[in-house]
Design a protein around this ligand. Sequence first.
Ligand code: FES
Length: 322
Amino acid sequence: MNTKLSDSDVVELEVVVVATHDAADGIRAFDFARVDGEPMPPWNPGAHIDLLLTPGLERQYSLCGDPNQLETWRVAVLREPESRGGSEWVHERLAEGDKLRIRGPRNNFPLVEASEYIFIAGGIGITPLLPMIAECEAKGRPWTLTYGGRSPSSMGFTHIESEYDGKVTLWPQDSRGLIDLAALLNTPRDGAAVYCCGPGVLLDAVEKSCEHWPDGSLHLERFRPKAGALDGVSRSFEIELDQTGLVLTVGENESIVDVLDKAGVEVPTSCREGTCGTCETVVLDGIPDHRDSFLNDFERDSNEVMMVCCSRAKCDRLVLDL
Ligand code: FES
């Protein structure tokens, strides 16, 4: 239905916060418009943007407004109880009238063609699914949403239950427990697409529940690395940059991107922890030690690409298409 945006669609802009509102306990929505008054760039459901908060502090948030309305872009930000600095900064410091630099849109979570759509959201993971649901509805595609959260007051956007009568099941954990994934996913449905966004435990559980579904049925978006994904023994190895022949050594305490930065070789990055896919780089030779949370098993096993922000090497030298 829509495709990944390419890197050439990504722009960096100065924007102003034109409106904010509380969407639920701990969730604040922000509308951004361009400072120069021009329309915002087009995007499609599933896209996210980077908020460039301070030097060295940037965070990714899904666009959750209406892609047909380009006066503003909207994101909704959960104040994470264990904030690493980003969501706290946004909640404490960002107010109407403030200016900010943002980068995007990127879409690693596009809506594919399918016979039906099974949407599963946990908490703030509802945000990328909202425009997807609107698009399915507009195009008359069958869909359902199961939307879990800690309690009704912590779940933003619950108006969708009445807006899309009969298609949305709200699943507050305090009264219903965990989402019944067995009931939802036990029986694979040919041609159906399962979309899930939310906390890592939900994503892991949905991934496990879909192991017996046809390849390509499941679509996930993570904004945090999988548990343990970044762990492992780190030893030194070499990278050879095919376009220049340059050979660089990656020390045990450095990432490939650190070494490329020092050598003046620019690779676009965003999350720098293997979740966003921005630094995806083609591997021409050698076996990567994949530590990202972005590639699927098939892509991982093919060893054709790697995330150079966090992945390493299982061999002495990797040849990269750089
Ligand atoms: S910068 Fe996000 S995956 Fe590497």
